[in-house]
Design a binder for this molecule. Structure first.
Ligand SMILES: [Zn+2]
Length: 560
């Protein structure tokens, strides 16, 4: 990257200052030794022991040399036979939604509307009278006819309002009770950036796309603050158990922000959250307030806010992604942009003045082009070397535009498991030409981009080793297709691990303090049962996390 030299220089300065203040008698809070440590520091790629004091790494090296850091009160963690990595970060995910999805009906992997109806009828038996039943995770692409469902498929559930989000969150399927409750009928006009799907008779089918989902959400009963806190804690626990030390939360509204702050104040935030501010109000008052006060980070870097999240378009699965030409399997439809082009320019410009990073969700090739154009316009007018503007997903990109990411310094923030989830149907949507610029990791890397990796959970499973497996193999868990889907786009293990560590850190302006195991950096580690750099790629998905350590604290320890 452009400032590799600057990064190296600052690394040296940190090492010098630490060396000057560290002496032999220093006793560490925690010593980890006995295993094999991949540091991701090119000057010292592997090690056998680390020492930690006050949440930072004070020693990286040999097992014999770490002894001098062991004092009376030092905790020694022996990791014989295990492998340590820098703590893994998911660079694009939704913590609150993960907590919510852990608390509601999980529809991931369901294979027909009938199966979902059966699950609902079971759930209704124990539900409070008239209470909303919520679920998430259906995907019509996994069903025999691959068609969007109808409220008629939910017959028998009318005693309760039923609201089921699609796996990508960009479509919802509701029952007849909800349509009635929300007054959605043949005459209802969808809000801008949304769509109400109609049947042959012109009546709503119960499937709502993007902004049309708000017609229902605003009628749903409010979730209590305590419930939200509990969701967030459950989600963080889940993340720790799969080896994540932090997340870039791709959409934090004032309520979620309040919850993060509450957890932080109560010393219950043992997880690093890089929050992308999301303000969906017309006036964007909350965003403007942030712009006038400037970026925020807590001492110890648990909670940071210096970026904002915008949406260019919808998703490919629900055909809401904005394409330059119509869908291959829906010739009347090219998807939709959420806002007029000028909107993205204006916000990018304001963000540059206020010192904030812009992260825009863009899936389709048109969505990506519009955002690159508007970023470029804003950056030409307000040049800034280290803006680190991001495009979230960068999923289908014209080949010419792939080069523009590196030229403009725009970071493609991508999710390896999206490729392996979408591969059964993506080519139908896009055709054989456009598919070449879809999930095109190798083309981005060759063009000089870095790729911070994430999962977009709860759209995908939060397990980062499933992400690394997908990145390296481009195969599903039954190892199909046999040689990988467009295998020329595969990442190496080293690139995928960088995506979840150093490159995620860089995408959050944190590469000086996180992302590798080096003296002076924060003591975050993911300790696993196998060395994913040397085992056959097919075994990466089965990796078990033994310990997750955040800021020198063991926040997860496997029990088996
Ligand atoms: Zn997302």
């Amino acid at each position: 990257m452009v400032n590799a030299k600057a990064k190296l220089l600052s690394g040296i300065i940190i090492m010098l200052t630490v060396a000057a203040t560290t002496h032999a008698q220093t006793s560490a809070d925690l010593v980890i030794r006995g295993g094999f440590i991949h540091t991701l520091n090119p000057q010292q790629p592997t090690a056998a022991a680390v020492a930690i004091k006050e949440a930072k790494i004070i020693f990286v090296g040999d097992r014999n040399d770490v002894g001098k850091y062991i004092g009376k009160s030092t905790q020694v963690l022996d990791i014989e036979g295990l492998t340590a990595l820098p703590g893994l970060t998911d660079a694009h995910a939704h913590l609150n939604s993960l907590g919510r999805s852990l608390a509601q009906l999980n529809l991931l992997g369901t294979t027909s509307p009938e199966m979902i109806r059966t699950l609902l009828l079971e759930q209704i038996k124990s539900a409070k009278s008239g209470a909303w039943i919520a679920g998430r995770g259906w995907d019509q692409n996994d069903w025999p006819d691959q068609q969007f469902p109808h409220w008629k498929d939910l017959a028998g559930t009318e005693s309760h309002p039923v609201f089921l989000r699609r796996v990508d969150g960009h479509a919802a399927w509701v029952n007849k009770t909800v349509l009635k409750l929300c007054g959605i009928d043949a005459h209802t006009v969808a809000p801008q950036g949304g769509k109400i799907i109609h049947d042959a008779e012109g009546k709503p089918t119960g499937v709502l796309i993007d902004n049309a989902i708000d017609l229902v959400v605003r009628k749903m009963s409010k979730v209590t603050y305590e419930t939200r806190i509990a969701w967030m804690q459950k989600a963080i626990e889940k993340c720790h158990s799969v080896g994540l030390v932090g997340v870039h939360d791709a959409g934090v509204d004032p309520l979620k922000w309040e919850i993060y702050q509450q957890l932080q104040l109560d010393d219950n935030l043992n997880f690093r959250v890089y929050a992308m501010l999301e303000d969906t109000t017309e006036e964007r008052l909350w965003m403007k307030q942030w712009f006038s006060q400037g970026p925020f980070s807590t001492q110890g870097e648990m909670l940071t806010l210096r970026s904002l999240k915008l949406y260019a378009d919808g998703a490919l699965g629900s055909r809401g992604a904005a394409l330059l030409k119509p869908y291959g399997d829906d010739p009347e439809n090219s998807g939709l942009m959420i806002h007029p082009d000028e909107f993205y320019f204006q916000i990018a410009e304001e963000a540059l003045h206020a010192g904030f990073q812009v992260c825009t969700h863009a899936i389709g090739d048109r969505g990506n082009r519009v955002i690159l154009d508007q970023y470029e316009k804003a950056l030409t007018k307000n040049p800034k070397e280290d803006h680190r503007f991001r495009i979230e997903h960068a999923q289908i990109v014209s080949l010419d535009d792939i080069l523009r990411f590196a030229e403009l310094g725009v970071i493609p923030s991508m999710q390896p498991t999206h490729a392996t989830s979408d591969m059964p149907w993506a080519e139908n949507r896009l055709g054989s030409e456009r598919i070449k610029g879809a999930y095109a990791w190798r083309k981005f890397l060759d063009a000089g981009s870095i790729i911070p990796c994430g999962s977009d959970f709860p759209v995908e499973n939060p397990n980062p080793f499933w992400g690394i497996y997908a990145a390296v193999t481009r195969q599903d868990h039954s190892r199909q297709p046999a040689s990988g889907w467009y295998p020329e786009e595969c990442m190496t293990v080293a690139e995928a691990v960088r995506g979840f560590t150093l490159d995620a850190a860089y995408a959050g302006f944190a590469e000086k303090t996180r992302g590798s195991i080096e003296v002076g950096k924060l003591a975050d580690f993911t300790i696993i049962d196998r060395d994913i750099y040397v085992i056959p790629a097919r075994e990466i998905k089965d990796t078990q996390v033994r310990y997750t350590i955040v800021g020198g604290r063991i926040v997860y320890q496997a029990t088996n």
